[in-house]
Ligand binder design. Structure first.
Ligand SMILES: Nc1ncnc2c1ncn2[C@@H]1O[C@H](C[S@+](CC[C@H]([NH3+])C(=O)[O-])CC(=O)[O-])[C@@H](O)[C@H]1O
Ligand SMILES: O=C(O)C(=O)Cc1ccccc1
Length: 247
């Protein structure tokens, strides 16, 4: 998949005015490279999603991949599970992402029952599901919309179902947060991004990607009814949680 992806050079040159980040054609063309160089643990999380599905997804159950971008979650599950093990609906708001995702999935796993729908995860009518994945998507919704989306996903999950939520996070303690952000910028530098790219991307993401604390995520998930919530992964200011609905 990354073979057909360009290197992310979006913020390499100085811009008079840095526009807000959006998932347009330019981002789609370099997205696999961008996300791998920008999200600590991205590849490891995808690998583990397949393992979590093997353990927690009811055989033949339905999966939602919300904010699916190029369909990486569906590809990861298809890489570990046979076609009869699950069906999956990926949903994304970006038309450019959706058309590219459809092409990738048709090419990579034509036997698996994976459909990609263009839509807003705040408005979809969900059908019963055994597993729901939000892999770095909730962070792009307005903070005021997040409780309701999680409550609706809880309602859509079958008893015994799981929700996996991966997010960029902020630490409540200012010093701890400053250290995490500084090391995150070191991580990006180590992955070939310049100081200019790091700072222009940061500006572009202001008010677009608004991170919550891990505590706020746990409180939201528990408040929606999930009986158990575990942070199973953290790498700097990026984390992934799994929430269980009572069987
Ligand atoms: N309201 C919305 N409804 C639907 N989609 C949305 C909405 N808002 C944003 N998106 C979509 O959420 C995706 C977030 S990227 C997910 C990576 C993927 N999960 C991966 O595992 O590769 C994460 C990142 O780029 O950091 C984008 O494709 C948006 O169009
Ligand atoms: O690059 C960043 O600063 C991030 O927080 C991660 C990211 C990755 C891809 C699109 C938007 C944000």
């Amino acid at each position: 998949m990354s073979d057909s992806s360009y290197r992310d050079a979006i913020f390499t040159t100085p811009l008079d005015r840095v526009a807000s980040f959006s998932f347009d054609e330019q981002v789609v063309a370099c997205f696999p490279d961008m996300i791998r160089r920008s999200v600590p643990g991205y590849g490891q999380i995808l690998g583990m999603l397949g393992v979590l599905a093997e353990r927690h997804l009811r055989h033949g159950g339905h999966v939602y991949d919300l904010g699916c971008s190029l369909g990486a979650v569906g590809l990861a599950l298809a890489g570990r599970l046979p076609p009869d093990a699950f069906s999956l609906t990926g949903i994304d708001l970006s038309p450019a992402m959706v058309s590219r995702a459809r092409a990738i999935l048709a090419e990579e796993c034509p036997e698996h029952r994976i459909e990609i729908v263009e839509g807003d995860i705040r408005q979809v009518e969900y059908r019963p599901a055994s597993m729901i994945v939000l892999n770095f998507t909730l962070q792009f919704l307005s903070p005021g919309d997040r409780d309701e989306v999680i409550a609706r996903l809880y309602a859509a999950l079958e008893p015994g179902g799981v929700l996996v939520l991966s997010e960029k996070i902020v630490a409540a303690d200012e010093q701890e947060n400053a250290w995490l952000v500084a090391r995150y910028h070191d991580f990006k530098r180590a992955n070939g991004y310049s100081d200019l790219e790091i700072s222009q991307k940061r500006t572009a993401l202001e008010n677009v990607l608004v991170p919550d604390t891990l505590e706020a995520h746990h409180a939201r998930l528990s408040g929606a009814g999930f009986s158990r919530v575990t942070t199973w992964f953290q790498y700097l200011n990026f984390a992934s949680m799994i929430a269980f609905k009572e069987a």
